[in-house]
Structure formats: structure tokens, C-alpha cells
Design a protein around this ligand. Sequence first.
Ligand code: CMP
Length: 140
Amino acid sequence: MSGNRTFTMIKPEAVAKGYAGKILDHIISGGFKVIAMRYTKLSLQQAMDFYSVHKERGFYTELVEYMSESPIVVIALEKENAVADFRTLVGATDPNESNEGTIRKRFAESKAKNAIHGSDSDENAAIEIKFHFSDNEIFA
Ligand code: CMP
């Protein structure tokens, strides 16, 4: 059975360009309920820990330096079939391959600076929500 929670981050370049409000509106209009949210900045170590699954990839250093360079918005979301539906709303990793009307098609500038993160499985959604939020910060 698929879960009902996912995790997202509005990434540094999207926040810096002033897109956070429009992206949040896109998410809520897509039927997702915000159950926890914070405006924050990751340390390099936090970015390395969060993306440790990618540590062998060629883009890892670029990714973690970028993700810790300026503020982000971290959000836990709830909806039936949350992980899959959110990935559809967000679009492909590379904005050149994203469908029209997706968040990345609207707001991403490149594969690395792709505006927003979305959990790739129910298991990782639970891990990522726990990484950023304690139980008493979640209002479901
Ligand atoms: P995200 O959904 O946050 O999960 C892993 C991130 O790695 C991904 O979005 C991209 O921002 C980044 N990424 C994936 N592939 C590449 C790549 N080829 N070059 C740079 N960054 C990448």
C-alpha cells in the first residue's frame, strides 16, 4: 500500500529568485496539505548527510555545496499516494525533460538547479521528514 506523506525542499536558487510562494501555491493547488514547514539553511555537513545516498555520484560535491549555499524551505506534505503524485507534480529531474505545467518546467533552471526536491519512495519520505522535523513540529 502506498503511503500518504512526502518531503520536499524548495532549493536555494528558487528561494533566491523569489519563487517560494508561487511554488507553495502550486503544491497546495495540487491537493497537498502542508503538515510541517521551515525556512532554513543547511550546513555543508547537513547537505552531505541528507544526500549521502548519492555520495558516489560525480555530481555529489556540486550538489551538496549548492544545497548549502543559501536558504531553502523544507516542507512535509500529506496526500493520498503522496510520493508518486508529488513526483508527477514536480516533473523530471532535468527541466528540459519535464512536462508542461510541472513545477520544474515552470521554475527550474537546470538539472542541478532544479528548483525543488521530492522524495523517491515512501521509505525515503519517512527518513527525510524525520531528518528535518521532530514529531512535535508535525501538524497532521
Ligand atoms: P533531487 O530530487 O534533490 O535529488 C538528487 C539531486 O541531485 C537532484 O534532485 C538534482 O538536483 C541532482 N542531480 C541529479 N543528477 C544530476 C546531474 N547529472 N548533475 C547535477 N546534479 C544532479
